[in-house]
Write a new protein. Sequence first.
Length: 459
Amino acid sequence: MDSSWEKVRNHLKLELGKDIFKNWIESICFKKIEKNVAYFQVPSTFIANWIERNYGDKIINSFNKQGIKIEKLTLDPNSSSDYLPDIKKNQSDQNNGLDNPRVTNYTDNKNIELPSSPLDKRFTFERFVVGKPNELAHAAAKRVAERGPVTFNPLFLYGGVGLGKTHLMHAIAWQIKKTNPKSRMLYLSAEQFMYRFVQALRFKDMYGFKEIFRSVDILMVDDVQFIAGKESTQDEFFHTFNALVEQGKQIVISGDRAPGEIDGLEERIKSRLAWGLVVDLHPTDYELRLGILQSKVEIQSKLHLGIRINHGILEFLAHRISSNVRVLEGSLTRLYAYASLVGRPIDIDMAQECLADILRISERKVTIEEIIRKVSEHYNLRMSDMISARRSRSISRPRQLAMFLAKNLTSKSLPEIGRRFGGRDHTTVIHAVKKVEELRNKDLQIAEEVEILRRMLEA
Ligand code: ADP
Ligand code: MG
């Protein structure tokens, strides 16, 4: 691999984060630079478009930062057999990272590539800790993974962030890959479903789209709330759904709330989704959190040999960090990293010091006033602008961000949030929250601003 690309890759890994890097950048193959254009080969048109749209500027900037002047990227979709992505050439870090089935996922029976999303190697049934709050979800997922006769269709898993929905779906996928490798299984986020659909429309390939989605034996769509309010995508989803159910194919869907409560989802879809088995992942309780920590400690202690963790630390964490499993997990990872740096056992002082921010969040309550103040300061607006009726974009965008933060950082209801923003209707708040969610997904700049504001508020 060219050494300048190597440097750019390293820079991108830091800038985009490990997950995005593994999902998108790692699988592309650098070819050459000619007349300020960098040429790459990528596994498919889908990936080419996605990378170009979302990370193109970052890649160009990275080159420029390394002193190589690049003005444009050319991503060449190439699925011929001589294509070997960089990931395959340097088989690094294969045991604990993301798999990329997209590159290899050709099936025997039909030669259609399934546009599966990458699966996380860590998200298996073995690593899923079962407790009262997730017992039913786990059992249902297991049942689906066994691929017996379809008894409930769809399986709808819902619950708040970080409670294990994605983990369970990946676990189903891994198990099916292992025990029924011939099964045509497709796992993807609702966002990617939409993206695929839009691409198919744009490139006039609805036939190909339908062919792919109707040829699967099991379809899993993660975070279905994403397509709420997106009419034609919903429509296509509905038809896909019906076609598969009619053929007796299994469907698994996840969402952040029960089907009936997802605003902007058509009634006929809501009722279809509620047809099968709807299972709620409840917030974790103390025992489950402790169990999860115990299982994660086993993994961490293998990674950091010789680091001891004092008695009572896990109990302390399980007690104090109740928000979600992702945060719980992150705390432990951070503690181990810190302990191995300073070469001391993990004790309560270290935990308090090293996790001060997380522990504080669990205690602190952010108010809507603070949110309005911080956001208006950040965008150089007056607080009165935020609650005014003015609708120019320079004001309405920050206002939407503030509403989004109010929804996410406080426990206030939608009508209450609306009232505090100058007596607006709750539907305005819903719209704002959706809008920001949407923007955040496609615009890294906005995603970053939201993140910065959130941190400032929670600090
Ligand atoms: P969701 O999709 O519901 O937002 P995820 O499935 O992404 O949540 O889970 C967030 C993190 O917490 C993941 O790293 C996952 O492995 C972990 N996790 C959640 N529930 C459990 C559990 N019961 N056992 C082990 N790990 C869990
Ligand atoms: Mg998820």
